[in-house]
Design a protein around this ligand. Structure first.
Ligand code: RFL
Length: 402
């Protein structure tokens, strides 16, 4: 097989890139290790910045988003038993965010791609990316039966090859693209936080129309939602916690304490899923080696505290699609050459904001009264009538992508 751009991974980054390239007339093929059903039900992010929602609309994938997405004009920061609303439009010149699950973004983009092209191969696990230093990189992949697992490749069907001019590594933090980077070619910046999130999906209508983020001295809590009938809630727990340590009632009791404000009441319901995930940051610099360009989680990870992961992935592929389109039309590689620098400015900005939100709202192990006083001082400054409040809202709503 031959194409112009080989895209590895059909997550949000790979799928949006394929859509943008297809509309610009640049040939591409998407190789995805997992089967369609698995990719479509993988529960992850939920919040789209206005720029990300605008890109989906712009490329014809905004129909269901506009019908079913929940537009949020603000969120609450809760601490010391009080709620402080951050109003996005008044602080950002009219910007909002939209709650629309990543599963639905992925379903919409897959449906469009299968209907209109370009080719999308499920069960096609990339095992090697070669010759990225030369003019004609080569992607080796094996086709597997549905239901294969994540992680290291296992033997599958016969090996096949995809020849291309560029490779877009959109295969997440455990994919083949990162492994194709020669030792010493890039630098990896990494940080692991000393706490984790216990998250539940609950079959109960949200108890608030907007997101509630609590910075309680017992630790962070978040009230969010997936749909008008499904709530998504999280609490900070120590690293190494097992979901089994937390019976449902204990989780609801802890959420009650941390999210408390005035006479607001949290509605309880059946817990559908329960999981613990660690908080980490990673940046690979530069985000390119030869003809291999990385995007999304393949290039960087942010802790979920500021909901930037999916939005950053979209920012990367908008920049990448513009670079490939420019090269395809003019023969000039100038935007491809600037791809990494252009992305990294936005990536580090999101890293800084995600780090800021994480340390603002979580209680580190061993925190004392001084640490708490510092945290409360930062929270009061952000919720007062200050330039800091406007900066918080700007970062939360995100900058335009197009
Ligand atoms: P994805 O979504 O991981 O997609 C990568 C795709 O590549 C495929 N793949 C391969 N394909 C072919 N050959 C190989 N060798 C391959 N190896 C992997 C995978 O099967 C997959 O389909 O990366 P992408 O597109 O960069 O998108 C990034 C987002 O998914 C991610 O940033 C966010 O979901 C992060 N994230 C969250 N972000 C938020 O903004 N808000 C959230 O609330 C939030 N919750 C989460 C999250 C990430 C999580 N993970 C990864 C642990 C919750 C979780 C559990």
């Amino acid at each position: 097989m031959r194409t112009t751009v080989a895209i590895i991974g059909a997550g949000p980054a790979g799928l949006l890139l394929a859509r943008l390239l297809h509309r610009a007339g640049v040939d591409c093929v998407v190789l995805e290790a997992r089967d369609r059903a698995y990719v479509e039900r993988r529960q992850r992010a939920g919040m789209l910045e206005q720029g990300a929602a605008d890109v989906l609309r712009e490329c014809g994938a905004g129909g269901r988003l506009d019908r079913e997405g929940l537009v949020h004009r603000g969120f609450e920061l809760r601490f010391e038993g009080e709620a402080h609303r951050v109003d996005l439009p008044s602080l950002t010149g009219g910007r909002t965010v939209t709650l629309y699950p990543q599963t639905e973004v992925v379903k919409d983009l897959i449906a469009l791609q299968l209907a209109e092209g370009p080719p999308l191969l499920f069960g096609a696990r990339v095992v090697a990316v070669e010759k990225t230093d030369g003019e004609q990189p080569l992607v080796r992949f094996v086709t597997e039966e549905p239901g294969g697992r994540d992680g290291p490749e296992r033997a599958g069907g016969p090996e096949r090859t995809l020849e291309c001019e560029y490779v877009a590594g959109c295969d997440g933090s455990y994919g083949a693209s990162r492994r194709a980077l020669p030792p010493g070619a890039v630098r990896m910046h990494a940080r692991t936080y000393p706490y984790s999130w216990l998250g539940i999906l609950a079959d109960v209508a949200p108890s608030s129309d907007e997101l509630l983020l609590a910075g309680h001295e017992r630790g962070f809590a978040l009230h969010s939602m997936r749909t008008p009938a499904l709530s998504r809630l999280y609490i900070q727990v120590p690293n190494g916690t097992s979901p089994g340590d937390w019976p449902d009632d204990r989780i609801w009791d802890e959420l009650d304490v941390r999210l408390a404000a005035g006479d607001w009441r949290l509605q309880r319901g059946p817990v559908l899923t329960k999981s613990v995930s660690g908080l980490r940051s990673q940046v690979i610099e530069p985000m390119r080696h030869g003809r291999l360009l990385l995007a999304g989680d393949a290039a960087h990870i942010v802790p979920p505290s500021a909901a930037k992961g999916l939005n950053l992935a979209f920012g990367d592929v908008v920049t990448m699609a513009r670079a490939f389109t420019h090269w395809h039309r003019s023969g000039s590689t100038s935007l491809i050459d600037r791809y990494s620098d252009n992305c990294l400015r936005r990536v580090w900005q999101a890293q800084a904001f995600s780090h800021e939100m994480t340390t603002l709202l979580h209680t580190p192990p061993g925190a004392d009264a001084y640490d708490r006083a510092m945290q409360l001082t930062r929270l009061r400054r952000l919720t007062g009538p200050t330039a800091a409040a406007a900066e918080l809202a700007e970062n939360y709503a995100g900058a335009p992508l197009i």
